[in-house]
Design a protein around this ligand. Structure first.
Ligand code: NDP
Length: 345
């Protein structure tokens, strides 16, 4: 759907979450083609508190209150993971464009259902893989694309941090929707797919509940992922690492790219190009990752085109993350389901 005559996208946030409060509500307000018109929270007081902080004119406590509101064009789904599917499918049926948080859902079939529902309804669907908007990640992708490192041979993604105590809730305790695989493996996989332009084929993984994971919920995972063109990547995600620098590296036949400290919510870190023993910093101008994501979503709705990460990108990152989970469970190598355009191959 292309709303060429509209001047801006009128957004509702669904779920008064931490990430909406820290980044996305402000990002929607900061974009020149987006307006924040409504907030849905199951809790009236939490909704009103959130709306006051961001000057949002309307608070509703039911999803129907969003679906029936003709003044809402798009929804940002910011609930905990288990509720994404139901909300996205209902949003599509109501004709609302959907920007959904990652992981899209808990099971692959549910994520496919969400992407198909949006395609069928003719609404735009995006996944909030916000790092696609990072100047550092774009610089890495451009270097790979331009042939600056020759043939890409190997890659490493490390998203290891110490999860702030206030976020040690469902993420570290809930066996059905918590853990680093749903939370961070999807980001690492998407960052690798974005930088390389290749699809993951198979994974071999191990997980552990080392320090802050409760009830067996994993707080770190390490995987080896075989991508197309026989590229092998290593991916490490962790909640338990207060002293670990995040990283994204691509190693090619003619050079290596080192993205240091760049797996983050805030614009951060540096990118270096290495040839032999020589390291040269690649200049990047930092931008707000969430503003970039929302701006492109607005443009997709108003002008046509695609969001930074589509619904199907979210399906693909989840497909690999679930293969990681299965490999951790079985101790075996697991094939990653493949998708051709919109469908499964
Ligand atoms: P929160 O745990 O902060 O919020 C989840 C939901 O719980 C909210 O939508 C809200 O729903 C409800 N809630 C909020 N505060 C409270 C509270 N004090 N007590 C009880 N319920 C509460 O979620 P996160 O922000 O950590 O994550 C939300 C989604 O965003 C997840 O899917 C996560 O994976 C994703 N995420 C993405 C990031 C990114 O950079 N792309 C970064 C961080 C998270 P309601 O108001 O309806 O009750």
């Amino acid at each position: 759907m292309n709303n060429a005559s509209a001047k801006s996208v009128r957004w509702a946030i669904i779920g008064a979450s931490q990430i909406a409060r820290s980044w996305v509500a402000g990002a929607i307000r900061a974009t020149d083609r987006g307006e924040l018109v409504s907030l849905m929270s199951r809790d009236q007081a939490r909704g009103e508190d959130f709306a006051k902080a961001f000057g949002i004119p309307k608070v509703v406590t039911s999803l129907e209150g969003v679906w029936e509101d003709a003044g809402v064009d798009a929804v940002y789904i910011s609930t905990a993971n288990a509720r994404h599917r139901e909300i996205a499918v209902a949003a599509a049926a109501a004709g609302k464009h959907v920007l959904c948080e990652k992981p899209l859902s808990l099971e692959l079939d549910e994520a496919v259902e969400m992407a198909e529902a949006c395609d069928k309804a003719g609404v735009i669907m995006g996944t909030n893989h916000h790092m696609r908007a990072a100047a550092t990640h774009i610089a890495i992708r451009d270097l790979v694309k331009s042939g600056a490192i020759g043939k890409p041979l190997a890659a490493r993604a490390m998203y290891c941090e110490y999860l702030p105590v206030e976020l040690q809730t469902w993420r570290t305790t809930d066996t059905s929707q918590g853990g680093v695989i749903y939370d961070l493996t999807v980001h690492n996989v998407d960052a690798l797919r974005f930088a390389l332009g290749f699809e993951p084929q198979e994974v071999m993984s191990m997980k552990a509940s080392s320090l802050i994971g409760k009830n067996g919920v994993e707080d770190q995972t390490q995987s080896v992922i075989r991508f197309e063109k026989d590229l092998i990547a290593y991916s490490h995600e962790g909640y338990a690492f207060a002293h670990h620098e995040t990283a994204l590296e691509i190693h090619g036949s003619e050079g290596g790219i080192y993205g240091r400290g760049i797996m983050d919510e805030a614009p951060s870190g540096q990118v270096y190009l290495r040839r032999g023993k020589e390291m040269t910093e690649v200049p990047v101008i930092p931008v707000n990752l969430y503003e970039g994501t929302v701006s492109q979503f607005n443009a997709a709705v108003l002008d046509g085109g695609a969001p930074k990460a589509t619904g199907w990108d979210g399906v693909r990152s989840l497909a690999t993350a679930l293969a990681v989970r299965e490999s951790c469970r079985t101790g075996q190598k697991v094939a990653v389901p493949q998708f051709n355009g919109g469908g499964r191959t």
